[in-house]
Structures are given as structure tokens and as C-alpha cells.
Design a protein around this ligand. Structure first.
Ligand SMILES: *Cc1c(COP(=O)(O)O)cnc(C)c1O
Length: 366
């Protein structure tokens, strides 16, 4: 039995009949950038996250970059981020000219450690970027209390967490903004790249809209320097079609996670979802002893898996000049050696999840 980590062709078959005529219609319109489909998507996704405004942009990375630029973050500023996340979170901070300050994670949720975050705040700290990793939100209430006390902005990296909840609240609802990604591996995925900024602030939303058009606040007049961060109409059209299935797909991911939770042997540590949180399981990640051997064994048995992430950001070559060294963030460094993502995509048949769990249990029985 073949169990890939992700197979987008299966999803495409379920929506092909809706997508194909819509593509032809868009081609006939020859309207490719922003426009009606983007405006519709912005409205829909803002409402879905209980947010007032959505700004469609070219990728999750650009959503983060555009948000930081709209907060006037730059040289001399510090932005606190978790060291255990996708590279984009750190890359965008450095590209504004600011310094990323890497903080260790909570061993259970793999999310930002709030005590260590507090300790990392200096007079230069302008923003904190909590990353809602794998589909579960960072504890937002205590984080916002810390940020408010020090007058620091909060940019939520919700690229893996569209639709996730914490006591009924969603990304972007209480932070200054949240950023989404529509990269093909994300829960709501485009046919290419795309992203969105969500916010409650009309003023900030307006500034992000200027920023995505080179800081143009009036045609050919620029009061600030932005970039080309626009979302294509084509991607928005695809996302508008997929949106109606998003919550159902998240439920299927949770169902698959529940099967793994029930079947996996005690050698592996299954994900910890804290009380009050609902995960959307963009990734279902276990901690596994002898992880690399297990991954090779699964590959032999045609079960896909992934390592998110093998290297913490404070040890990346490109950040060497910041002086990070082994031992700075021991929890993240350990996680890099143990984490393994298993297949939970919505179209996966239950028998395949059961087979994958069986393979893992067989590995530890040997
Ligand atoms: C995917 C992802 C991004 C970047 O999104 P892109 O759309 O690929 O640019 C940023 N942060 C996290 C945590 C992600 O998972």
C-alpha cells in the first residue's frame, strides 16, 4: 500500500468539475491581477477568521514581509521569533534590516516559549512573531499581555493554521495581524503561490494595501517604499472554489490524527493539543526515537513522512554573524532530531492511516 505524505491530485479530482469551467472563464476575462476574485477572497477569509480586513498578497512570505514593512520595522529594530519554524519567518525580519532574535520553544507544543520570549525583550524589540506551528495556536492571551506591556506589535505567522482556534478565537483576531500562506502544501492551497494578511485595524489594512503596490497611495505617487506583493486573480479564483471545503478538510485531518493517536505505540510521542485549542493539523508531528531509521523504514514500506524542521534557525549558516551556537535553544535542537510528520491529508483513506500506524509499530517491535 502506498501512503504519500501529500497527494494533491486526489484533491483535484474532487473539484475538477468546478475548476475547469472557472479557469476558462477567467482566461476569457483577461483580468489577471487583483480584481473581483481577490476582493471576494479577502472578504471571505477575513470573516472566516473573525477579522475585519484581509489583504491578498503574493505568498505567505510576502504577507509577513509586507506586514513588517507596514509597521515601519527596519535597521536597529529587533523582532523576536521562534528558532524552530520555516525559514521565511526569519528571512523576512532580516530583509527589513531588523535583527531576528531567536527564542526556544515549548517542548510539548513546539510553539514559542513565552517565559523565554519575555526574557528576550529589550528596548529595541519592535515586534514578536509567534508562529502557530503545525496547526495549533500559540497562547495568544498571555502573549498579547506581554506585548501590550512593552508596546510591541504582534505579527502572527498563521501560514500553517488557517481556521485553527483557541477558546473560540482565531489567528488575527487579537494579534495586530496574522499572515496566511496558500502554498500547495498548506490547508487552503492555490495552484502556485499566494498569501494574505488579516487584521482588525482599518488603518493598518490600508497601509498594507499601499505596500503591496510599491507604497503607492495615489497612482504614481509614493509616500512609502513597498513592493509588488499582489495576489493573482487566478489563484484567488481557485481559492474561492476550495474555501467551501476548508473546514470539512480540517475535520478529516483531525479524524486521521485521532486514528494515529489511538493506534501508535508508546515509543512515539503523539502531538499535544492544549485545552481550549483546536488544531487544523497542517502537519501531524510525532517525536520518534531513532527518527532517521524510522523514516528510512517507512520509506521502504512506501509510507511518506517529512522532517519539519531539521535545523533550528539560530544555527543556520546565513545567521552565523548573529552568534548563535549549539546549546542556545536546547529544546528546539532536540526537536530537530526527533520530529517526524506523518500523512494526514484529507483525501487519505482511513485504511492507509491504519497501515502507516502499523508500519511504525512494527518498526519499534523489531
Ligand atoms: C509556508 C510557511 C511560510 C511561507 O509561506 P509561503 O507561501 O511559502 O511563502 C511561512 N511560515 C510558515 C510557518 C510556513 O509554514
Amino acid at each position: 500500500m502506498k501512503v504519500p505524505l501529500l497527494d494533491l491530485k486526489e484533491q483535484y479530482e474532487t473539484i475538477r468539475a468546478e475548476v475547469e469551467p472557472a479557469v476558462l472563464e477567467l482566461m476569457a476575462s483577461q483580468m489577471f491581477v487583483l480584481g473581483k476574485p481577490v476582493a471576494q477572497l479577502e472578504e471571505t477569509l477575513a470573516a472566516h477568521s473573525n477579522c475585519a480586513f484581509g489583504i491578498g498578497v503574493s505568498s505567505g512570505t510576502d504577507a509577513l514581509l509586507c506586514a513588517l514593512m507596514a509597521m515601519d520595522i527596519g535597521y536597529g529594530d529587533e523582532v523576536i521569533i521562534p528558532t524552530f519554524t520555516f525559514f521565511a519567518s526569519a528571512g523576512v525580519v532580516a530583509r527589513t534590516g531588523a535583527t531576528p532574535i531567536f527564542v526556544d520553544i515549548d517542548p510539548e507544543t513546539f510553539n514559542l516559549d513565552l517565559e523565554k520570549t519575555k526574557a528576550a525583550i529589550t528596548s529595541k524589540t519592535k515586534a514578536i512573531m509567534p508562529v502557530h506551528l503545525y496547526g495549533q495556536m500559540v497562547d495568544m492571551k498571555p502573549l498579547m499581555a506581554i506585548a501590550k506591556e512593552h508596546n510591541i506589535k504582534v505579527v502572527e505567522d498563521a501560514c500553517q493554521s488557517i481556521g485553527s482556534e483557541q477558546n473560540g478565537e482565531r489567528p488575527g483576531e487579537i494579534g495586530d495581524c496574522a499572515c496566511l500562506s496558500f502554498y500547495p502544501s498548506k490547508n487552503l492551497s492555490a495552484f502556485g503561490d499566494g498569501g494574505m494578511i488579516l487584521t482588525q485595524s482599518e488603518e493598518f489594512a490600508q497601509k498594507c494595501k499601499y505596500m503591496r503596490m510599491h507604497g503607492e497611495d495615489q497612482r504614481y505617487y509614493h509616500s512609502m517604499i513597498g513592493g509588488n506583493f499582489r495576489l493573482d486573480a487566478f489563484q484567488a479564483m481557485i481559492l474561492n472554489i476550495k474555501f467551501k471545503y476548508l473546514d470539512g478538510w480540517a475535520q478529516k485531518r483531525r479524524d486521521h490524527a485521532a486514528i494515529f493517536n489511538r493506534l501508535l505505540c508508546d515509543e512515539v510521542k503523539t502531538p499535544v493539543i492544549k485545552p481550549g485549542n483546536t488544531s487544523v493539523y497542517n502537519q501531524y508531528v510525532i517525536r520518534a526515537p531513532r527518527r532517521d531509521e524510522l523514516q528510512a523504514y517507512l520509506a521502504e514500506h512506501e509510507v511518506g513522512s517529512g522532517i519539519y524542521y531539521p535545523v533550528p534557525l539560530h544555527l543556520q549558516e546565513c545567521f552565523k554573524h548573529l552568534g548563535g551556537k549549539v546549546g542556545d535553544c536546547p529544546v528546539a535542537e532536540q526537536a530537530c532530531k526527533e520530529v517526524l510528520a506523518l500523512p494526514v491529508y484529507p483525501e487519505l483513506a482511513d485504511e492507509k492511516v491504519i497501515y502507516a500506524a502499523g508500519c511504525i509499530n512494527d518498526f519499534y517491535k523489531k
